[in-house]
Design a protein around this ligand. Structure first.
Ligand code: DGJ
Length: 735
């Protein structure tokens, strides 16, 4: 190794192998997964195996095939027909890469071991280090690259995927999420066919309204929730991404994932290190739900802010009052949520604006001063109210944005993203614009906004961080003309820098990622955020579908799920409160409603639900998910459950999704219990006049998993309370 490389990679060199594999054979392991690579010095890095944990004997024998193994990080130029992970133009115009392994190092962390394979081009002083970070407490391997060079001129990066994974040949099904505003996280499942499947995002700011940067591959044909081999992959990035699955003429499926390179060609100067975002991989023998459990454990331990701390039950003001914020109204809402057992109140949009009051969405973003016409006692008054009601207080901001009708825009028109010499394209309210986070001054402004709020009002417990616009007109007044194609990447670097600064100073603060609903459900932001708003659509029936899909990759602790009014404000559907509660209780429970419009009976139902949710909260938020019957299978019912790690407690959800006379619903078999333990059943949120036949009865885990309970299709309630909705939440506990 040359000295410069040694300086750049002053990593601790420790032996790569724990048993007698030769030095070029790399084994990366988590508790239940194995990844094998062949990294012979002077040769190409090759992918040998990824899947279930292997015995030492199998590992040695699998390496017999290594000479036929595919490249672990395919490069463009010397085999141009295939898809590549990395494609560049060198300073002299040469378009090819041919890289060989120089060295392998391992870094031992507290709960992980990272293998670094260092590669160099055979001709150019161009380098790629491929990282594989294997967790010791979660079945996830994160992989990414660092790209740098010492060529005289800049090297153009035309494609720069984080990783490549050969999947397998033949009958493989893809599960992924797709949707739209108000309909996020829809589960899509399809067999991989010849040709290219591309899942991508080009929003610039938010990246999970339509497609998501996470996928699962069912390796044994049609996907099953609790059986079969599954590979899961999640790209940990907040910006534009591209996932490619290329099924070639041999029916082999090749998977590539990384930053979307479209309109983002990166001109890399000598010495700068370009780091690609991590791709998190998992393998499960226990079907899609098994892969979800792996992601959830990894996320709670490593990828979500405060991932193992229970979340508070909250009331958010948005659907209750929208922009109609005032001191008295906020106090009343705080009083109401406190009396129902809630622990936090969040004041949403509408509280700010000096010269331009924020009465609707046409003005004021950027002017983060309290509107004392609405709140004469300011935030101090609200914090005092919260203290009086013995709850915490949270506040809404949309820091990355401005309106053209704002004092900020008047002062800093150059801070907005806009195309040079062309008219400004505006978004929400006809005046919204995106601030240019590539600009360090803008980064400081955003940091100062949060810092200012927290310094002045240290009692603030929670921030809802919203983002309601895309990058519509490409252009940065800050970036050099030659670097305009860096905008999307620099925006997210700037965003991450701000998040890091905020987290360094305010590690305890709870922050929700919201972006017109579920636009920011991704593992790029989650290390800095505690949770995300799943969707602006709070309709309980549609939420079953959205939350089902979202749960493939994200744990309940991160999924904000609120009880809202009926008829629902987005769908106008009327759904009984019991059903709305039962759906919201399967995520991070909250309320998004005007409590003063609720009857005393409704408030009492919510009070009881919150009390019961607090009891099951550790199981829901920290337990293992088992999805049982999918709403997407159109069987008339959807069901899932959470089980705690000792298999002593579980919560079972059953929601009817259709209602017909003489309908026959499947009996739902439970999963994840201990077959030999005896569980006592208790119904939560009960509204029926008489208890369920199995209320208080005890059953073995074996019976519940092989047979299941016969759930009555309808509620036994008085005539005026009957409806076409029915749902059950059962709490199971080993006595
Ligand atoms: C969009 C969010 O998704 C809503 O929850 C709400 O906060 C509004 N913005 C406020 O303008």
């Amino acid at each position: 190794m040359k000295t410069i490389e040694k300086v750049l990679f002053a990593l601790v060199l420790i032996p790569v192998f724990t048993f007698s594999l030769s030095a070029n054979k790399i084994c990366v392991t988590t508790p239940n997964n194995t990844l094998l690579l062949s990294a012979e010095e002077g040769s190409e890095l090759k992918f040998v195996y990824y899947g279930d944990k292997l015995s030492e004997g199998d590992i040695e024998n699998i390496f017999c095939n290594e000479k036929y193994a595919p490249a672990a990080y395919p490069l463009y130029g010397m085999n141009c027909q295939g898809e590549s992970a990395l494609a560049v133009k060198h300073g002299d115009g040469n378009m090819t890469l041919q890289m060989v392994v120089m060295d392998v190092e391992k870094i031992t962390g507290e709960n992980s071991e990272t293998t670094v394979v260092k590669m160099k081009d055979k001709v150019f002083p161009f380098y790629v280090n491929v990282f594989y970070k294997a967790y010791t407490d979660a079945d996830v391997i994160e992989t990414w690259t660092e790209i740098f060079h010492h060529e005289k001129k800049n090297v153009e990066l035309n494609n720069f995927a984080s990783a490549y994974l050969p999947i397998r040949r033949g009958d493989v099904w893809l599960s992924y999420l797709y949707g739209s505003w108000g309909n996020e996280g829809r589960l899509m499942q399809e067999p991989l066919k010849a040709g290219m499947k591309v899942i991508k995002n080009k929003d610039g700011v938010r990246n999970s309204h339509t497609s998501h940067a996470e996928v699962m591959f069912s390796l044994d044909g049609r996907p099953q929730e609790n059986h079969g081999n599954v590979v899961g992959a999640a790209l940990c990035y907040s910006g534009n991404y591209k996932l490619r699955i290329d099924t070639d003429d041999s029916e082999y499926h090749h998977f590539f994932a990384g930053i979307n390179e479209e309109n983002s060609t990166y001109s890399l100067p000598k010495g700068e290190v370009f780091r690609t975002p991590e791709l998190a991989l998992t393998f499960s023998r226990e079907g899609l739900s098994g892969a979800s459990r792996h992601f959830h454990t990894w996320a709670r331990f490593h990828k979500i802010a405060h991932g193992t701390t229970l979340r508070k039950v909250l009331l958010n003001s948005w659907e209750g009052v929208y922009f109609d914020i005032d001191q008295e109204g906020m106090d009343q809402m705080m009083n109401d949520i406190a009396s129902m057992g809630g622990e936090l109140f969040v004041m949403d949009d509408g509280w700010f604006g000096g010269k331009y009051p924020r009465n609707n969405d046409t003005s004021s973003l950027g002017d983060w001063v309290v509107d004392t016409r609405k709140l004469p006692q300011g935030i101090e008054g609200l914090l005092a109210d919260a203290e009086k009601h013995k709850i915490k207080f949270g506040i809404w901001i949309e820091p990355e944005m401005a309106n053209t009708v704002s004092e900020l825009f008047e002062k800093h028109p150059e801070w907005v993203i806009e195309s040079d010499q062309r008219p400004l394209v505006t978004g929400r309210g006809g005046t919204q614009v995106v601030l240019d986070l590539s600009n360090p001054e803008v980064q400081d402004f955003i940091f100062d906004l949060v810092d200012g709020l927290m310094t002045k009002y240290p009692g603030i417990d929670y921030i809802k961080w919203d983002a309601n616009m895309s990058i519509t007109n490409h252009g940065s007044n800050y970036l050099d003309k030659s670097k305009q194609s860096h905008l999307y990447i620099e925006y997210h670097r700037g965003f991450e820098k701000v998040c890091q600064r905020i987290r360094e100073k305010y590690p305890q603060l709870t922050i929700q990622a919201c972006a017109s609903g579920g636009g920011r459900a991704n593992y790029g932001v989650m290390p800095y955020f505690d949770e995300f708003w799943v969707s602006d659509n709070t309709d309980a029936l549609q939420r079953i579908y959205m939350q089902w899909g979202t749960s493939y990759f994200f744990p309940a602790i991160a999924m904000a799920s609120h009880i809202s009014a009926t008829p629902n404000h987005q769908t106008s559907r009327s759904i009984p409160l019991k059903y709305r509660i039962d759906v919201a209780m399967s995520g991070r429970l909250g309320m998004e409603i005007q409590p003063k419009n609720m009857t005393a009976e409704e408030k009492e139902l919510c009070r009881k639900a919150i009390e019961e949710y607090k009891m099951i909260r550790p199981v829901v938020q920290l337990g293992d998910i088992y999805r049982l019957v999918s709403p997407y299978d159109d069987l008339g019912v959807a069901s899932l459950m959470y089980v705690d790690s000792d298999k002593e407690q579980a919560v079972f959800y059953w929601w009817k999704t259709e209602h017909f006379v003489n309908q026959h619903l499947p009996r739902v078999k439970m999963a994840g219990l201990d077959a030999d333990k005896i569980y006592t059943i208790r119904e939560l949120n009960r509204i029926d006049n008489k208890p369920l036949p199995f209320e208080g009865k005890s059953f073995s885990g074996r019976y519940l998993m092989s047979n299941g309970l016969e759930i009555p299709y309808n509620h036994t309630v008085d005539y005026h309370k009957k409806s076409d909705y029915s749902s059950r939440v059962l709490y199971l506990e080993v006595q």
